[in-house]
Ligand binder design. Structure first.
Ligand code: TXA
Ligand code: MG
Length: 319
């Protein structure tokens, strides 16, 4: 792929002009940065896959800025899905719904369902409104890499590969949206994320998670793929190691006894801070050439379950 000049702007209108002219633009959201294209412009959607090096069988989430746009992209919305939208839209929740025929197949990797999300980030909403269309957007990283939680991280992966980046602050969640399949009798969480299962269950009591349901990879194609991985080897640990090898990093809730034993370390005051820091820390470790990244396994509740999921998949990537 030939390199291009990547324009970095703080103007949602300027970035939206790229989408309106059939090109791609990266933009901030409250979860992670996304790489957007007009859903109804197939060549623009192709540019997302090309810039990321994303496998074509991994469907994209579509981003809306109004309820009217939800109706435009989906068909036959179940009552519990309406309830979820009433409580969690706008926000870090993606609902998998039956797709409207007008969405081109390459957006959804040929599936008859579509993931729909309405971000609550003010810059994201201003950008989406200015696009005057629905915007397909995966996380704005090279495929397989940790999702970008800052504009600098987007440039690290995509400088010269995308024409525009809408620059905002650090993503306040730092972890991707929760993906919930809303096509069956009960909702099923396909990907844990920034909205916790506990929060969802306050509204929908019979919500299931994928471990309880069957057919994991068929339901969420993205789960098959390598994910979230820094170059260093990710090691999950119960407690901070006391005698790590050279060139190690550590992130977790507990402070290591000897902080000086690590090239880089981050002690997070709670799960929210852990989620906020994790992908940024992975990238900082790569920038320092750290070979082994020790990550404390968080408790399996709330955001801890989503963090643990990302850690597992980042550690599996090294086989
Ligand atoms: O927070 C987020 O969700 C961010 C921001 C930019 O919105 N986006 C994001 O997109 O994380 P991406 O493409 O990196 O992850 C989307 C996940 C993938 O695992 C994909 O397989 C799954 O959602 N997904 C998308 N559409 C689906 C569908 N129709 N059925 C099942 N899974 C779907
Ligand atoms: Mg992603």
């Amino acid at each position: 792929m030939s390199t291009m000049n990547t324009i970095v702007t703080e103007s949602p209108e300027e970035a939206a002009e790229f989408i309106r002219s059939g090109r791609v633009a990266a933009f901030p959201t409250e979860t992670v940065y996304g790489l957007g294209a007009d859903v109804f412009h197939p060549e623009a959607v192709d540019q997302i896959f090309e810039a990321k090096g994303r496998p074509a069988d991994n469907p994209l989430i579509v981003h809306v800025s109004s309820n009217a746009q939800v109706e435009l992209v989906s068909a036959d919305i179940r009552p519990y899905a309406v309830t979820l939208m009433q409580h969690f839209f706008p926000g870090p929740l993606t609902l998998v719904l039956e797709k409207a025929a007008r969405i081109p197949p390459r957006v959804t990797a040929g599936l008859d369902t579509v993931g729909v999300r309405m971000p609550r980030h003010q810059v994201a909403l201003a950008f989406l409104r200015a696009c005057e269309t629905v915007v397909a957007a995966p996380s704005a990283n090279r495929s397989g890499r940790p999702s970008p939680t800052s504009w600098q991280a987007v440039l690290e992966d995509l400088d010269g590969r995308i024409p525009c980046l809408l620059k905002g602050g650090r993503s306040d969640m730092g972890l991707e949206s929760t993906v919930v399949d809303c096509t069956g009798h009960v909702p099923i969480v396909l990907r844990r994320g920034a909205v916790t299962c506990e929060e969802l269950r306050t509204v929908i009591h019979d919500l299931q998670t994928l471990d309880e349901a069957d057919n994991r990879s068929a339901r969420s194609p993205g789960l098959r793929h390598r994910h979230y991985a820094p170059r260093g080897k990710v090691m999950m640990v119960k407690n901070p190691p006391t005698d790590p090898p050279r060139h190690s990093g550590y992130i977790g809730l507990a402070a290591p006894r000897d902080e000086g034993a690590f090239v880089l370390h981050r002690v997070c005051r709670d799960l929210r801070a852990y989620a906020y820091e994790l992908f940024d820390f992975f990238r900082a470790c790569d920038a320092s050439g750290i070979q082994t990244i020790y990550c404390q396994l968080p408790p399996d509740t709330g955001l801890g379950a989503a963090i643990a999921d990302r850690l597992r998949r980042a550690s599996e990537s090294h086989g």
